[in-house]
Design a protein around this ligand. Sequence first.
Ligand SMILES: Cc1cc2nc3c(=O)[nH]c(=O)nc-3n(C[C@H](O)[C@H](O)[C@H](O)COP(=O)(O)OP(=O)(O)OC[C@H]3O[C@@H](n4cnc5c(N)ncnc54)[C@H](O)[C@@H]3O)c2cc1C
Length: 424
Amino acid sequence: MRILILGAGVVGTTSAWYLAQAEHEVTVVDRQPVAGNETSFANGGQISVSHAEPWANPHVFRHLLRWLGREDAPLLWRWRADPAQLEWGLRFLRECLPGRTRHNIAAIVALALYSRRCLQALRHELALEYDHLERGILHIYTEAEEFSLATQAARVMREFGLDRDTVDVERCLAIEPALSGARHLLVGGDYTPSDESGDAHKFTRALAEKAAAAGVDFRFNLTVERIASEHGRISGVQVQGEGGTQLLQADAYVVALGSYSPHLLRPLGIRLPVYPAKGYSATLNLAEGTMAPSVSLTDDERKIVFSRFGNRLRVAGTAEFNGYNLDLNPVRCQALVERTRQLFPQLEFVGEPDYWCGLRPATPSNLPYVGRAGPDNLWLNTGHGTLGWTLSCGSAAALADMMSSRRPAPDFPFVGLPDRLRSR
Ligand SMILES: Cc1cc2nc3c(=O)[nH]c(=O)nc-3n(C[C@H](O)[C@H](O)[C@H](O)COP(=O)(O)OP(=O)(O)OC[C@H]3O[C@@H](n4cnc5c(N)ncnc54)[C@H](O)[C@@H]3O)c2cc1C
């Protein structure tokens, strides 16, 4: 089958790889000059099954009230005259019900565990280099109440098969000695030894190279303007580039446009609740010999993660619901560096941090849309929110299975899955 993938972020690129492996003829279009240049560019670098608890959970209101009016709030909701934002917010409220949260954690853990196995297999098969570390992820807490709530979520994840262990402060320091300067702040943590970290952009670029060598046709610098439909099927995709406008045609089409997916789908009558959740990162060039973490860390209360890539430390996180705005807010940038100094007072870095922000394609439940959309030759792989890299290989492998009429492996609520392909 000839397949046209829209978007060459980590999700579009992994989709291209697995679809090509399933012997399809694959073309990928993207407006950027290279793969992984938008939200997949400078994220937190975690392969974190342990991050399966969505923002939509019964405790989120406590946090939102506490952070109200703070410019550096870990989650910041800016009201806009935007019906899409309001609709998304209402759906988010529904996902905060305890039963929904549990269902969402189960689904995310199932897809994320499968995805991590797919990534590991891919890394070994292709010898991909992306500063990866297999030292696990340690979640740390500085407030007793937050720690206690987190242990409840960790229990649910364990129930669904994740090796997430609750640990005391001494054990936190043994796992990551660079935290020793923050001993007085910590109340405990939990550790998932099987989680990993690495540079998602390097991963995406390296995989795109392998995919191109395997026959995938990447067409960069082309902006998708419209998805055309005729008689209930997609008939082509109109793109605009230096050479003007052209219509690209295939047998099937995959939308992997991250936060921009709803824009192209709305004219087809598909209203996808994907809304941009802006996050920030700061990349620090570490001074030689400085004591910096190498185990990837999650500071749950601040919604910040730390990942080590060779002599760089990536500090990333927080979320701001402010439409498609990509301005760098200096207060939110500074908050990342200040927290780094609090947790690692001995850490030294050289030069100025590289600041960046990106738009997570967030769904109210944090579950991505993977599967068939309305028209029968239109497929979705989008809405991966906080876990796009973590879920990318698994979503892509499952999509390739579905598009090849095979049953996808993980027990996950895929979209529009025919009954005969549902897991038993
Ligand atoms: C601060 C931050 C930290 C994060 N940390 C982590 C983490 O530690 N672990 C993790 O798993 N996830 C993390 N994420 C989430 C993860 O980065 C995203 O979920 C993931 O990058 C989304 O990938 P994507 O391919 O769907 O979107 P994108 O990477 O945005 O790809 C979409 C592609 O579509 C293209 N495109 C869009 N519109 C058009 C158009 N009209 N025409 C042509 N091309 C178009 C874009 O150029 C882009 O290349 C983080 C995100 C942020 C912001």
